[in-house]
Design a protein around this ligand. Structure first.
Ligand code: TXA
Ligand code: MG
Length: 346
């Protein structure tokens, strides 16, 4: 083997999306191995959802508690319908939001060949049809759903760039990362539970806003998870793990009180806000100087990651207003700033 072959992108476990990446990804997935794939929300750590052993590889690589079920990604509503029960509301929502950043938790078809590990033994399954045509074509060629949580070690920041994924996992654990460029949305999908005869429940705020859902639901109610009386029982939805999406530094939200900024602190601000005590030397980034929540969502994880790389003690974050996508951004920031609990991470 020549030097250049040795240094070829595949040797380094990273390929741009395209024919070679597709062929390699197919071969690895069919063989039960893991591949990181691009989606419009965040990068996913993918495995064949029908093979227990492959799905176990995801939990192992992420260091993820196995009670937490995974999203199964499909190429179409046709594949989705073979796996779960769709009522009229599920039909309606998928017509409007698929492919895209909406995951539906639906009653699982008992004959669906999905690994029990993937659904954590629940009788429901979380389904999403991603917007990346590359990733959909892989699922289509495989003719099987792909289980894919965000491609980050459990409890850490979700990855929005291929390089973030590549640096987090060994080649042995994840032989291939497919580079589809930066994720355009940058926040995980919104998760809605849709059980026949029960109100829709918003389990996790995300890429699709409540306002967007309401605009197509024509008065059909959608409850927030917190207001649901059955709260205590699993399924543990993503958001329910209190400490989540966290960088290594402490994260503090700047709310009413102005924080005391120390020399080794960093600031993640919004819309150009300057904090009292901030000096020219303070490491700082702005989620969106113009105050745009879409831009802030796309920057959130990569900017937290950039600041974390400077090894600050604390990252002070000025959250965007809690409207539209700002709700999901605030949710992620709250989790990043929660006390850390190693038992319950995603
Ligand atoms: O945007 C996304 O959703 C990304 C990309 C890769 O598609 N995926 C993602 O997956 O964020 P993950 O596994 O990190 O988060 C999925 C969450 C889990 O935390 C889990 O609690 C919830 O979905 N979930 C999965 N199946 C469920 C079920 N049957 N009932 C309730 N919640 C479920
Ligand atoms: Mg995740």
């Amino acid at each position: 083997m020549t030097m250049s072959e040795n240094n070829s992108p595949f040797q380094r476990g990273l390929l741009p999306q395209g024919t070679e990446a597709a062929d390699r990804a197919m071969a690895l997935l069919a063989d039960g191995q893991l591949v990181a794939l691009p989606t419009e929300t965040v990068y996913g750590l993918a495995a064949d959802a029908t093979q227990d052993k492959s799905v176990a590889g995801i939990f192992q690589a992420k260091g993820r508690p196995s009670f937490n079920p995974l999203i199964c990604h499909v190429d179409s509503t046709t594949m989705a319908r073979s796996l779960a029960h769709f009522d009229a509301r599920a039909d309606h929502l998928t017509k409007h939001f698929w492919p895209g950043g909406l995951t539906l938790v639906l009653p699982r078809n008992s004959k669906a060949p999905i690994s029990e590990l993937s659904t954590a033994g629940l009788d429901t399954v979380a389904l999403r049809c991603p917007d990346s045509s590359f990733t959909r074509s892989i699922i289509n060629r495989l003719q099987r759903p792909i289980a894919a949580p965000s491609a980050n070690p459990s409890g850490l920041l979700s990855p929005t760039r291929a390089a973030d994924v590549r640096s987090a996992f060994s080649i042995e654990a994840v032989p291939l990362v497919v580079d589809g460029g930066p994720c355009p949305v940058g926040l995980e999908s919104t998760i809605v539970a849709c059980n026949p005869g029960a109100p829709l429940i918003l389990l996790r705020p995300g890429a699709v806003t409540r306002e967007q859902l309401e605009a197509v639901l024509e008065g059909e109610p959608i409850e927030d998870h917190e207001t649901n009386a059955n709260d205590q029982i699993t399924p543990v939805a993503p958001g329910m793990l209190t400490s989540h999406y966290a960088p290594r530094a402490q994260v503090r939200l700047v709310l009413d009180e102005v924080p005391a900024i120390k020399t080794n602190d960093a600031i993640l601000t919004f819309a150009g806000r300057i904090l009292p005590g901030q000096t020219a030397a303070t490491t700082s980034l702005d989620l969106s100087a113009s105050g745009d929540c879409m831009e802030a969502a796309a920057n959130l994880f990569s900017m937290l990651r950039q600041l974390d790389a400077q090894q600050p003690d604390t990252i002070h974050v000025v959250p965007p207003p809690r409207q539209g996508l700002g709700v999901a951004i605030y949710d992620r920031l709250q989790r990043a700033s929660a006390p850390r609990n190693n038992d319950a991470r995603d």
